[in-house]
Structure formats: structure tokens, C-alpha cells
Ligand binder design. Structure first.
Ligand SMILES: Cc1ncc(COP(=O)(O)O)c(C=O)c1O
Length: 355
């Protein structure tokens, strides 16, 4: 078990707050298989209200939330989902989608910030005449884009993509695992993004700080069918109100403080860019993630750097061939200073070894 002084590996490592633990202990519960858990109902109703969708479904993980949504829109094995190849659904979840629903992808390559355009989507949705073999059922977007560094997609791009998809009669799903981070950075309400997609999922377990859980949001009919798929996927989690209680607090309190995570990420990004020139452009730090390219700047693999930072008590992860650091509710200003000091020591040792 790793025990870091400062854990920047992900925003999933947060511990429930005192208020969350108290709410969990006092939660009213019932059997979620029967639809009887009042706290789960409250969380679902609140999620629907905030996103402006008719209904929402509480599930254990973001992966399950995406997989339920993909299955909802997917009309049959042999069809395709259009998505950016490094997006979570098309990379980390690619085998889940294949195994659970027989899904393959039509990849749409985004720019360095993970963004895809309406013209690219239009091209991806064009029928493969004269053969008519390849049918795309769904466009899947991700905001913020995790692999591209927590970058934010413009709501106008959503609108343009939605229009193209609608013209082609194809639905749009949003992997909004960190949509509240996107909203905090852009000032665009979560409901505004949600209005441009047929379904979306978001996680209360990441930046919002809950220990567990994600929500799939859509029409009443989609959520009714989504509940059936959730049960098929083994997700009927009985007295889930115990954790939904923490989710409710995360949903109310989490969004208010995300700008602090973003400011800390920016401070860290600026410092690393100064200590290791060429490792990153601080302007790329749009939300709570900092990605440093150590191969290019230090001629050190990201794993080597991660191990050395770990030696200084700072946990980071390796994603997309870079060192990734993610700020979250359990990271304070002094933790950022500790992380900067660790980078300083690692960089100094590097220059001493190879001046
Ligand atoms: C963009 C994105 N989507 C979906 C997920 C899946 O969430 P979970 O780990 O809860 O399954 C993640 C996890 O990090 C993610 O970053």
C-alpha cells in the first residue's frame, strides 16, 4: 500500500469529509434493486435537476455509467461508436465495450487538446456507400478530456457536433466524468453542456470528492432502460443510500471549490515549467491536471521521474507517456509547495548527473 505525503496520482484518491461520513452513518436506506432507497432517489433527482435532464441513475463507477449509456444507444453488434481514440470509452474501456455490448469504434482523432470538430464528426458519420456495411449508432464526447490534460471543450463545438449528429440521426453521449471541472473553468453551466447531448454521465467520485459513484442522465425512458441494463451488468447495489448520502454532499459542495483545485494546478504547472524548461506549457493547464513531458525536457522516462518523486513522498501517475499530477479536495497550498520542492530536487539531481 502506498502512503504518500502528497498524493497527486488522481482526483479519485480523496477521502470522504467528516460531513460525508456523518451523513453516511445517518443515511436513510432501502433496497435499490426494488427502487426503494430514498437517499439514492434524492441523489438521482438532484442530478437530473442540475443537468436539466428528465431523470438520472446512480451507479457504482464511471465505467459502468458509460457502458450503460453506450448500450442504451447501441442498436446491435457490428455497429460502431464514433469517439476520439484516446478518450476513456475508446481506450481504457475499449474491452468493456467489446465484451459487454459487442461495440467497436470509428475513431475521430482530436487535436493535441483532445478536441474533435463537427466536420470530423460529419465525415465519420457519412455512410460507406456503395457498401452500406458500417453503421455508426452514437457519437461519444469527453469533457474535460482526461488523456489530453484535463482540457475543456467549447460549448459551441458541442452545438455544432450535435447539429451534425442530429442531421445524421445519430445520438450523442457525453462522458462528463469531470464536467463540473469543465464548467468551473469555462463558466458554462453543466446544464448548458447537457442540453447539447442525448445522455451524459458524470462522477461524484472524482473532483467532487465523494468516495464512490456516478450518474447517468437522460430521458425518463432512457433511465428506465438504463436501470434494467444496470441490473443486467450486476450493478443493483442494494442499500446504496449509504454512499449516495456522501454523493449528495459532493454534488452540493464540490462544484463550489473546484476553482481552487484549478488554481493549485496552475501554480504547480508554472513551477514545473520553470524548473524543467520544455516540460509543459502552463497555458495547457486548464483545469485540475498537469502533464509534464519529461522525455523531451529531461531525457528521463516518466516512470523514472515518478519513482524519484515518490522517493520524496509525492505520488504522481504516468498517463499518455507523461507525468500526470491531479489536484483535488485533499490537496492544500502547502502540498503544492511540497510537490514543487520534490521536482526541484529531482531536476537538480538530473542536471548534476548530466550537466
Ligand atoms: C474521462 C473518464 N471517464 C470515465 C472514467 C471511469 O470512471 P471509473 O474509474 O469510476 O470507472 C474515468 C476514470 O478515471 C475517466 O477519467
Amino acid at each position: 500500500m502506498k502512503d504518500f505525503r502528497v498524493d497527486l496520482r488522481s482526483d479519485t484518491v480523496t477521502k470522504p469529509s467528516v460531513a460525508m461520513r456523518r451523513a453516511m452513518a445517518e443515511a436513510e436506506v432501502g433496497d435499490d434493486w426494488f427502487g426503494d432507497d430514498p437517499t439514492v432517489h434524492r441523489l438521482q433527482e438532484r442530478a437530473a435537476e442540475i443537468t436539466g435532464k428528465e431523470a438520472a441513475l446512480y451507479v457504482p463507477t464511471g465505467t459502468m455509467a458509460n457502458q450503460i449509456a453506450l448500450r442504451l444507444h447501441f442498436s446491435g453488434s457490428g455497429h460502431l461508436v464514433a469517439a476520439e481514440p484516446m478518450s476513456h470509452v475508446a481506450s481504457t474501456e475499449v474491452m468493456s465495450a467489446a465484451v459487454l455490448s459487442g461495440i467497436a469504434y470509428r475513431t475521430v482523432h482530436g487535436d493535441r487538446r483532445g478536441r474533435i470538430t463537427a466536420d470530423q464528426v460529419r465525415a465519420a458519420l457519412e455512410p460507406d456507400e456503395p457498401y452500406d456495411v458500417e453503421i455508426v449508432d452514437l457519437v461519444c464526447l469527453e469533457n474535460t478530456s482526461g488523456h489530453a490534460g484535463g482540457t475543456v471543450m467549447d460549448v459551441d463545438d458541442f452545438r455544432a457536433i450535435r447539429k451534425v449528429a442530429e442531421e445524421a440521426g445519430v445520438a450523442v453521449h457525453l462522458d462528463g466524468a469531470r464536467i463540473f471541472n469543465a464548467s468551473a473553468a469555462s463558466g458554462v453551466d453543466v446544464a448548458e453542456y447537457a442540453a447539447e447531448v442525448d445522455t451524459l454521465m458524470f462522477c461524484v467520485s472524482k473532483g467532487l470528492g465523494a468516495p464512490i459513484g456516478s450518474l447517468v442522465c437522460g430521458t425518463t425512458e432512457q433511465v428506465r432502460e438504463g436501470r434494467r441494463i444496470k441490473i443486467l451488468f450486476g450493478g443493483a447495489w442494494r442499500q446504496a443510500g449509504v454512499i449516495a448520502a456522501a454523493g449528495l454532499i459532493a454534488l452540493e459542495e464540490g462544484p463550489k471549490r473546484l476553482h481552487e483545485d484549478h488554481e493549485r494546478a496552475r501554480r504547480l504547472g508554472e513551477a514545473v515549467a520553470e524548473l524543467v524548461p520544455g516540460s509543459l506549457d502552463p497555458a495547457d493547464v486548464e483545469t485540475n491536471m498537469v502533464f509534464a513531458d519529461t522525455e523531451a525536457s529531461m531525457a528521463m522516462t516518466p516512470l523514472e521521474v515518478a519513482n524519484r518523486l515518490e522517493g520524496h513522498g509525492v505520488g504522481v501517475s504516468v498517463v499518455s507517456g507523461k507525468v500526470r499530477m491531479v489536484t483535488h479536495v485533499d490537496i492544500a497550498d502547502e502540498d503544492i509547495e511540497t510537490a514543487i520542492a520534490a521536482w526541484k530536487a529531482v531536476a537538480a539531481a538530473r542536471w548534476e548527473a548530466h550537466p
